[in-house]
Write a protein that binds this ligand. Structure first.
Ligand SMILES: Cc1ncc(C[n+]2csc(CCOP(=O)(O)OP(=O)(O)O)c2C)c(N)n1
Ligand SMILES: [Mg+2]
Length: 369
């Protein structure tokens, strides 16, 4: 039994009715699964230097991801959420931002964080349980990842409000999941973003799953992008595994926000290739065929084929890049391993300016002093 299509559920207008409102949700894709161009691409897609830099970033992220999972499996990292399969949208929106912009994000956005300048060591530190990994050396004003679902959406609205009040030409970019788009925080955020015409862009990373809950059980809307309409802002759906669409559509939305044109919701359709986190076993609720079908849409292979088809990328280039990324990741792991572990007392020390008496007691029990 499939979902009832939206148009069947709409109240059909009778002879007495006029139309109160109408909307459309555009869908953008340039590069299809076979790496063929299906629409006239924007200028940057013809530039090998730009396209290769996007590919390099996506590859580094994929290689880091595999290593992080291996580290967790061998007891050297905490619970880790894989971003495999989501590299195009992550690198796409991050590369559309300017350094002065600010990002609030969920926990699966390593591809975007790396592009923004968060280091591999900082990522390892954070996922190793050391909060100092969130003290980013480069994107100082990007927020630490939000593990509470959708709490970063109102944060982005707050940041965008500050940018607007200070008349700074800066944009807040908020990445959140399909599951997060069901939360009140999201609806409240798009509402304020619309009514205050804020410089904020919401990137809804629709990876098909909220842990074990599939997209079709998440919401009855046909697209997640159309939720924007309720906030009075535009929504667009894109092929989130197409780096050209990801970079282009996010650039358009960010540019519009920067120039006073207000907010946008971009829904990026992608797929969570891995388990929800290393603490999950997706084979218990997800058929293997779904995952193998999704691998055929792999954003990394798609971009590699696009580059190779234009003679911009050879087998040797690929081998060199993989070796280079592995070296970078291994060097970061070696540095991470040498870092002294954080003090467990830290969990008491950074939440309150003055520790409440009950926690003072706990801290004393814990540290013995
Ligand atoms: C406020 C809150 N409720 C519940 C959870 C438990 N939880 C962790 S991840 C997750 C699913 C989120 O799915 P989605 O937004 O699609 O992001 P994805 O994990 O797919 O990247 C839930 C419900 C949480 N972290 N925070
Ligand atoms: Mg999801």
């Amino acid at each position: 039994m499939g979902a009832i299509p939206l148009n069947k559920r709409l109240v059909p207008p009778t002879g007495e009715d006029r139309i109160a409102a109408e909307f459309q949700i555009p869908y953008r894709q340039y590069l299809d699964a076979s790496a063929s161009l299906v629409a006239e691409p924007p200028e940057f897609a013809r530039n090998p230097g730009i396209m290769i830099s996007l590919y390099r970033a996506m590859t580094l992220s994929r290689i880091f991801d595999a290593k992080a999972i291996a580290l967790q499996r061998t007891g050297q990292l905490g619970t880790y959420p894989s971003s495999a399969g989501q590299e195009a949208i992550g690198v796409g929106y991050a590369s559309a931002m300017q350094a002065v912009d600010a990002m609030t994000t969920t926990y699966r956005e390593q591809p975007a964080q790396l592009w923004r300048g968060v280091t591999l060591v900082e990522l390892l530190r954070f996922w190793g349980g050391d909060e100092r990994g969130s003290d980013f050396s480069v994107p100082r004003e990007d927020f630490p990842v939000a593990v509470p679902i959708a709490s970063q959406a109102p944060h982005a609205v707050g940041i965008a409000t500050a940018f607007k009040l200070r008349r700074e030409p800066r944009v807040a970019v908020c990445a959140l999941g399909d599951g997060a788009s069901s939360k009140g925080d999201f609806y409240e955020s798009i509402n304020l973003a619309g009514v205050w015409q804020l410089p904020v862009v919401f990137i809804v990373i629709n990876n098909g799953w909220a842990i074990s809950l599939p997209r079709e059980k998440q919401t009855a809307t046909e697209t997640l992008a159309q939720k924007a309409i309720a906030g009075g802002i535009p929504g667009i759906q894109i092929d989130g595994n197409d780096i050209i669409a990801a970079h282009q559509v996010c650039s358009e939305a960010i540019t519009r926000a920067r120039s006073g044109g207000g907010a946008t919701v971009v829904e990026a359709v992608t797929y969570r290739m891995g388990d929800h986190t290393t603490a999950d076993d997706a084979s218990r609720y997800r058929r293997e065929e779904l995952v193998s079908a999704a691998w055929k849409l792999d954003p990394l292979a798609r971009l590699r084929n696009y580059l190779a088809n234009r003679q911009w990328w050879s087998k040797t280039d690929e081998e060199q890049l993989i070796a280079e990324c592995r070296e970078k990741v291994e060097a970061a792991v070696a540095e991470y391993m040498k870092l002294p572990p954080p003090s467990p007392a830290d969990m008491f020390d950074y939440l309150f300016e003055t520790l409440p008496p009950a926690l003072q007691w706990q801290r004393k029990q814990f540290t013995g002093g």
